[in-house]
Design a protein around this ligand. Sequence first.
Ligand SMILES: Nc1ncnc2c1ncn2[C@@H]1O[C@H](COP(=O)(O)OP(=O)(O)OP(=O)(O)O)[C@@H](O)[C@H]1O
Length: 348
Amino acid sequence: MSEPFILCEGLVKIYQVAELEMVALQGLNLTIEQGELVGIVGASGSGKSTLMNILGGLDRPTAGKVRVDGHDLLKMPDRQLNRYRREKVGFVWQQSTRNLVPYLNAIQNVMLPMTLAGVTGREKRRRAAELLEIVGLGDRMYHHVPELSGGEQQRVAIAVALANNPTLLLADEPTGELDSVTAKAIYRTFQMLTRELGITTLIVSHDPGIARHVDRVVAIRDGMLASETIRHAATPQPTADGESPATEEEEHSFAELVVLDSAGRVHIPQEFLEQLNIQGRAQLELTEEGILIRPAVHTRTEQVRVDGNGATDGVLKVAVQEEQPAANGKQRGGVRRLFGRLGRRKKE
Ligand SMILES: Nc1ncnc2c1ncn2[C@@H]1O[C@H](COP(=O)(O)OP(=O)(O)OP(=O)(O)O)[C@@H](O)[C@H]1O
């Protein structure tokens, strides 16, 4: 089996801030195939930008494996990593000020990375014009950045990111400052690029509706891959009057799947653990429905006074099993006396 386009195995990133260590990624596993359009979601601070910076060659991981299109980004020497970033990766950021030079017009912005890469002459202008046509801005080439709308600026930014013909496009919140209609148009541009040019695209987003616009959404929680939502194109069901369904949403179904790593580990959402008061250990049960994870049963030893017929009076040690109370205060299952007599002290 050939290696996926992006392969992260046990990826760890630790930032050192003064005396403190900040673990941003703690053993992340991820595979992405060439030409996939993938959304990356997760709470603030979960590690999304850290992952993007590593995949884009802007930062190095602390440990683990990270390979993109056969390049080992952990072991690659600095000079090679700089080349990888310039030649293989295109970036689109949320703020247009980070993407574009405001006093240049659209086509000059797209030509700029080519100039830096040493492309000269007519070829540079031809390719820049072609890219602006591809993103639907053929009629805005000579507009300066402030003369373009937010959506148009992001489309110029996508053309800039494509200038040096990258194989990987990384977009960090590219629709964060856009209204929903404009955001949809930007997603359509990404879809077209992956379909027509075969570019692998990763989009970091806080948009809960991103699953409708990408092939797959991966959710990062606490620096680990937690779940994946896969979009299936459903066969459109005709309405009662024989019409096709009206909205995009009706044509897709979504499946959210928990991710298992190669050792069979899964990441259980913190809120589930808190709700069931599961800490440290849990009981695992194989049922007909699947695998059940329950709060662990605690065992403590209790001494029970036994009044017998004189000779058998004494103290019994009994092991008592009790489930932890749920976070809502309800006791599940109560107390069960489990084992028999563990020890008996004879009456003197
Ligand atoms: N350069 C850095 N130095 C120290 N800590 C950092 C650095 N960059 C990120 N972190 C920490 O690493 C963790 C992950 O940060 P990251 O920016 O990857 O999260 P994120 O999911 O992109 O968040 P957001 O959605 O808010 O952008 C955070 O706790 C953050 O404070």
